[in-house]
Design a protein around this ligand. Structure first.
Ligand code: NAD
Length: 451
């Protein structure tokens, strides 16, 4: 049992803290957001993450997990201090490291005994050195400390599972003993552990996210070609995915990627490359193709219902993917902006993200459910493939719409079935006629991976 403090209690920090507590450690989760900590102390988690609330409550009740806004309290008994604060885009493509700098300064000023500082935030190459120098500069005593990079790979929506069953654990440090000490925290997870230097560990994170984003833009580029030539992208992806060298994950054509990680991490890697005198031409294309996917939806709407001025467009889903309330860099927000530019009115519904969207867009029309959002709409766009949207009564939805146009931005629906209800259906590069026959039982091994 170790004493672990996690700084930053967002998607990564809270999940990591809950998992370490569940593994039997004493964990203090620290955040400067007083409302967040107050709500966590009441047993209410401020994010939508399946299963997390139960694990948080179980471990808080067992006395292994506590919450504070005080660095003095958080640092008092800590042996390991994890940094899991945000690293958003700085507006110029780079990563804004102000939260990391603040956390490092606060660690330094409260350092009274040796600790290992473990950086879980996604940070540009070289940030480990920056954290080391900030702590060295601001600590008041001679207390030794080590810095280890430990990038996080969990996915929102399946964060607990990813945390408890990671594909790998990456640790980078100039202090091999410190890295191996941190490795012991993870031994019971039985995942491969890679111990390397800090810069390599930091790059593994950016390279991984950028590779996954590249797969999505790749399949979207193929989808655009399929659409012109009459091939079905879902079948193309299935056929590709059986190839063991390719695999089925991240081959879903659609409206492109979003979220708090892929767009900002690809941009930050491009920025690092440029600063290093390199031209990140592939990554530029990845981002351009992704933006084209948002315009694809607008083009399809204009094809079906003409000039969008004065039209009412309903969006099913706002979160950047299912099972999360995260709307950072979500496709829906881009679509809403494009619709508004064209004089259309957007109305939206999401099962989990309504509060978050109301906070950033209080003027946006929001509906109470998937049926209400479609009422009187000139077209419906499926933006986020939530499970609950699969089983909607689409005949009822059609009856309430002004014109029954459905743009399926994630290929969630069966085109034949939707058309048989009387919809004008547009999927992403689906075969123009009927869909191919369903795969026989022996051919159903491929499952798709989502960002
Ligand atoms: P988040 O915005 O949800 O949470 C960050 C938290 O840090 C906030 O609660 C904020 O109040 C707190 N904070 C900010 N400054 C602080 C300070 N000085 N002291 C204490 N707390 C402070 O962020 P997130 O989504 O959990 O991401 C955290 C990091 O992990 C980022 O670098 C991100 O790129 C990376 N990451 C995120 C995911 C993901 O799916 N969200 C996955 C892997 C890696």
């Amino acid at each position: 049992m170790k004493n672990i403090t996690i700084i930053g209690t967002g998607y990564v920090g809270l999940t990591t803290g809950a998992c370490f507590a569940d593994m039997g450690n004493n964990v203090v989760c620290l955040d400067i957001d007083e409302a967040k900590i107050a709500s966590l102390r009441q047993g209410t988690i401020p994010i939508h993450e399946p299963g997390l609330q139960e694990v948080v409550i179980r471990n808080a009740d067992a006395g292994r997990l506590s919450f504070t806004t005080s660095y003095a309290e958080g640092m008092r008994d800590a042996e390991y201090v994890f940094i899991a604060v945000g690293t958003p885009s700085d507006g110029d493509g780079g990563a804004d490291l102000s939260q990391v700098r603040d956390a490092a300064r606060s660690i330094a000023t409260h350092l009274t005994h040796p600790v290992i500082v473990v950086n879980k935030s996604t940070v540009p190459i070289g940030t480990g050195d920056l954290v080391t120098s900030i702590i060295t500069e601001h600590k008041s005593s001679d207390v030794p400390f080590a810095v280890v990079s430990n990038p996080e790979f969990l996915r929102e929506g399946s964060a607990l599972l990813d945390c408890m069953r990671p594909d790998r654990v990456v640790l980078g440090s100039a202090d091999r003993d410190a890295a191996e000490t941190v490795a012991r925290l993870y031994l019971s997870l039985q995942a491969p552990i890679i111990v390397t230097d800090v810069r390599t560990a930091e790059m593994i994170k950016y390279a991984s996210n950028s590779f996954l984003a590249t797969r999505i833009s790749f399949i979207n580029e193929i989808a655009a070609v399929c659409e012109q030539l009459g091939a079905d992208i879902t079948e193309v992806a299935r056929g590709m995915g059986y190839d063991k060298r390719i695999g089925p994950a991240f081959l879903d054509a659609g409206l492109g990627f979003g979220g708090s990680c892929f767009p900002k991490d690809v941009r930050a890697l491009m920025r690092m490359a440029e600063d290093a005198g390199q031209h990140p031409q592939l990554l530029e294309a990845v981002m351009d193709i992704n933006q084209d996917r948002r315009r694809w939806a607008i083009d399809r709407l204009e094809e079906k219902i003409g000039d969008l001025r004065g039209k009412r467009i309903a969006l099913l889903g706002i979160a950047f993917k299912p099972n999360t309330d995260d709307i950072r860099d979500a496709a829906a927000l881009d679509l809403i902006a494009l619709l508004e530019e064209r004089g259309a009115t957007a109305v939206a519904y999401d099962p989990a993200a309504m509060e978050n969207v109301a906070a950033v867009r209080p003027d946006l029309l929001l509906a109470g459910d998937a049926y209400q959002v479609a009422e009187g709409a000139d077209a419906l766009v499926l933006v986020t493939e939530w499970n609950e949207f699969k089983a909607l009564d689409l005949a009822r939805i059609k009856a309430s719409m002004r014109t029954p146009v459905l743009v399926d931005g994630r290929n969630l629906y069966d085109p034949t079935q939707i058309r048989s209800l009387g919809f004008e259906y547009v999927g992403v590069a689906r075969a123009p006629e009927a869909t191919p026959p369903a795969a026989p039982a022996w051919d159903r091994r491929v499952s798709s991976g989502k960002a």
